[in-house]
Write a protein that binds this ligand. Structure first.
Ligand code: ASP
Length: 296
């Protein structure tokens, strides 16, 4: 059976300087190469996806992990991640803080307890129990370009106006994701994010929601990026996988979900693999770095 790996480093809707595009492309390539080594060595789709995403979480050019995640409107970093296996096992964390690799905590949720999603304090307690090291705030180097609203507004109406405008202006999506198929036909998909800049504290996007940011079945796996509110409405990755299960070629299925998002004016990018390792990549943005390989 063919093995395959596909990786994305987010989908930006707005114009990005050349240098930034190069750094993001290099980051995706590095993570992809590490994932490829793992897939070739261990032949585990799960290990491959985790290793790719851990590498991207450590790269400050992506909105994931503590080094690159956007902070919310009160200057905090709240991270989300999810992972799903074609055997229907899934794990996710929501609004976890101070842990370098939310994807690894999500994997432990999938493997160690009979829940699928843990959020906030509970996710952090679980991470500690699993032996993950907490980082101190001064080890964090998050994107700080969005900290002008460091306190919550007092006037609710004014706040809603300002917040809606900020949300509508979101153009930079550098959430990360990967999908792998191993020689046993196991398909694993994963996604990790720091959410969107300026988000209201506690906002949950698509990334940790199974069927929105991440989905896998015995037929296909997918990871999404873009404005979480739009991806949630459509249930993008579940819809994509269902289209493939219904007989659509993987690229056509990717194009179809992006068409659905575009009709709603919703920025989105997707990657997917079917059970033979065929890939689909589609987005309605300006730039989406991806890498893909299929091999024996
Ligand atoms: N989808 C992510 C979210 O809405 C953002 C991104 O893709 O960069 O939280």
């Amino acid at each position: 059976m063919k093995r395959a790996l596909i990786v994305h480093g987010g989908c930006d809707e707005g114009f990005l300087p050349q240098k930034e595009m190069e750094l993001r492309t290099q980051g995706v390539r590095k993570a992809f190469e590490i994932g490829l080594d793992v897939l070739q060595g261990s032949d585990s789709a799960l290990d491959a996806v985790e290793s790719v995403i851990v590498t991207l979480e450590d790269d400050p050019h992506f909105d994931a992990g503590i080094s690159g995640s956007f902070s919310n409107m009160i200057g905090e970093i709240e991270m989300d991640a999810s992972i799903m296996d074609s055997n229907e096992a899934a794990g996710a964390v929501i609004r976890i803080k101070n842990f370098a690799h939310p994807i690894s905590v999500a994997r432990k949720v999938m493997e160690e307890i009979p829940h699928i999603i843990l959020s906030g304090k509970g996710a952090e307690i679980f991470a500690r129990l699993m032996g993950f090291r907490e980082t101190s705030p001064d080890e964090q180097h998050a994107n700080t370009d969005n900290r002008e609203m460091e306190k919550l507004p007092e006037n609710y109406r004014e706040f809603v106006k300002k917040y809606s405008k900020l949300l509508a202006e979101q153009r930079l999506f550098s959430t990360v994701g990967a999908v792998a198929v191993d020689s046993k036909g196991r398909i694993v998909a994963g996604t990790s994010t720091g959410g969107i800049a300026h988000a209201f504290p506690g906002r949950v996007g698509d990334t940790p929601i199974i069927g929105a940011g991440t989905f896998a079945s015995i037929s296909a796996g997918a990871s999404a990026t873009g404005l979480g509110e739009g991806i949630l409405r459509v249930g993008v990755t579940r819809k994509l996988v269902e289209l493939i299960e219904g007989g659509q070629a993987v690229q056509k299925a990717c194009d179809r979900v992006i068409e659905i998002c575009s009709k709603r004016g919703s920025p989105c990018g997707v990657i997917a693999l079917d059970d033979e390792g065929n890939a689909g990549i589609s987005h309605n943005g300006f730039f989406m770095p991806t890498m893909y390989s299929r091999f024996d």
